[in-house]
Write a protein that binds this ligand. Structure first.
Ligand code: SF4
Length: 435
């Protein structure tokens, strides 16, 4: 392996194909498809690469990227060469490798007010040469359509809005767990405004005003300062929308539809994405979209094809029911995939989803994490369970994986308490352990 393709062990860094990351089950390479779009041929190539050079497992990330797991050092150079020929390798450098996230139905959603794919491409092009940006920085480009991007947790949120008959983009900056809306601008001036914000953030870090890597961690006065660098029109905070559907059939333009198939906890096998590539060619227009909702979307379906495809998708292990309890449980890879994990997170999360069915249906979210890093959900959840070295889970109510725990319990006891808790039950009472 050359120094350019050396395995990267440092935390806070994003793996790519050029620089995979060492994990508990071998090397992990992340692919960053622009706009989340893959051709059927690229999808098939990734399935083949995962089977041949990895352990056959892949993850869809919360930003709509794809990870191939269990790669071996001996065959890594062949893996890299095969992805290079298919245009699936990120640019050289330290990233961000993909700055923007758009809806998986971008360009085909009748409710979108702007062409978010074109806007995202302009932002990517404008920011490509910007130095010193932390690799995890993210811009959500939301056209106002049927799949809101609020849960992406972006540093900069753009939301298309209509005001007095004019279409503009509301700009918001992450501030703690909220979005601070700072103004609006026209679609054609948006890339310039985003660039100014990113440039100022990089300058703040260079000059030592801050060392944080994400906008959400900036001190309030720096967020205000950041917002003042771009000349924006006043903004009305955009309306809250229902959370994005994570699975099901989505109506698109011209009477067409899309199938959004979710993966339990974002994990799939190479055979499943081979099947997705086949569906894109048989039912769609040869295009696969990797969705930040941790699944795949096949656009361009004729209404009469939807039922047949949905049946096949269920049979292949995809979740199509938006009420499936697993969709309300966020889980990281856990053991054995992650070397830092103390517990078998995904298997445990499946049992927790089953036992908390009633509570999840009532809107509760559970986050199961193999350690305090909380990769799957860096924010608060109604119930967060964090694996610890004694094999127990620390239980945190209404907080994130780093917050203080109410109790430390074995999985079997957590399952029992969740199963016995009525829908309207109080989690804090159920999990509080007297000292
Ligand atoms: S949260 Fe911890 S255990 Fe889970 S993937 Fe991240 S580092 Fe690994």
């Amino acid at each position: 392996m050359t120094s350019e393709t050396a395995v990267h062990h440092r935390r806070g860094w994003c793996p790519g194909v050029r620089r995979p990351m060492a994990t508990g089950d071998g090397l992990l390479a992340r692919i960053y498809p622009l706009g989340g779009v893959l051709s059927a041929a690229q999808t098939r190539l990734l399935a083949q690469a995962a089977r041949t050079h990895g352990n056959g497992l892949l993850d869809v990330t919360a930003r709509g990227n794809l990870q191939i797991r269990g790669l071996r050092e001996e065959t890594y150079p062949i893996f890299l060469a095969s992805l290079e020929t298919a245009g699936l390798v990120e640019p050289a450098g330290d990233g961000p490798f993909r700055l923007t996230v758009v809806s998986p139905v971008a360009g085909t959603d009748p409710a979108d007010l702007v062409d978010t794919r074109a806007l995202a491409n302009s932002i990517e092009a404008a920011a490509a040469a910007l130095p010193d940006l932390p690799p995890k920085i993210c811009v959500a480009v939301d056209g106002g359509g049927c799949i809101p991007l609020d849960e992406v947790g972006a540093d900069i949120s753009l939301r298309a809005v209509r005001s007095f008959g004019e279409i503009g983009l509301a700009l918001g900056l992450a501030h703690g767990s909220t979005i601070r809306w700072i103004g609006t601008t026209s679609p054609d001036r948006t890339p310039e405004a985003v660039l100014a914000l990113l440039r100022r953030f990089a300058e703040m870090r260079r000059s030592g005003k801050t060392n944080v890597r994400r906008f959400r961690d900036l001190a309030t006065e720096l967020v205000v300062n950041l917002g003042s660098v771009v000349g924006l029109a006043p903004v009305m905070p955009p309306m809250c929308r229902r959370a994005a559907p994570r699975a099901g059939i989505i109506p698109l333009v011209e009477g067409q539809a899309a199938l959004l198939g979710a993966l339990p906890f974002g994990r799939c096998h190479a055979a499943q994405i081979d099947t997705v590539a086949d569906w894109a060619e048989r039912f769609g227009r040869g295009e696969v979209r990797v969705s930040f909702t941790r699944g795949f979307l096949i656009p361009g379906l004729a209404p009469e094809q939807v039922r047949a495809l949905a049946e096949e998708a269920r049979g292949a292990g995809f979740i199509l029911d938006p009420a499936d309890p697993r969709l309300s449980v966020l889980a990281c890879p856990g053991r054995p995939a992650c070397a830092s994990a103390f517990t078998r997170v995904q298997a445990d999360a499946a049992q927790i989803a089953e036992s908390a069915r009633k509570l999840l249906a009532a809107g509760m979210t559970v986050h199961v994490s193999g350690c305090t890093k909380g990769c799957a959900h860096p924010r608060a959840a109604a119930l967060t369970l964090v694996g610890s070295s004694d094999g127990l889970y620390r239980t945190i109510i209404g907080g994130s994986a780093q917050d203080p725990a109410l109790s430390s319990l074995p999985l079997s006891e957590i399952i029992r308490r969740l199963r016995d808790l009525p829908e309207s039950g109080i989690l804090a009472d159920a999990f509080h352990e007297p000292l």
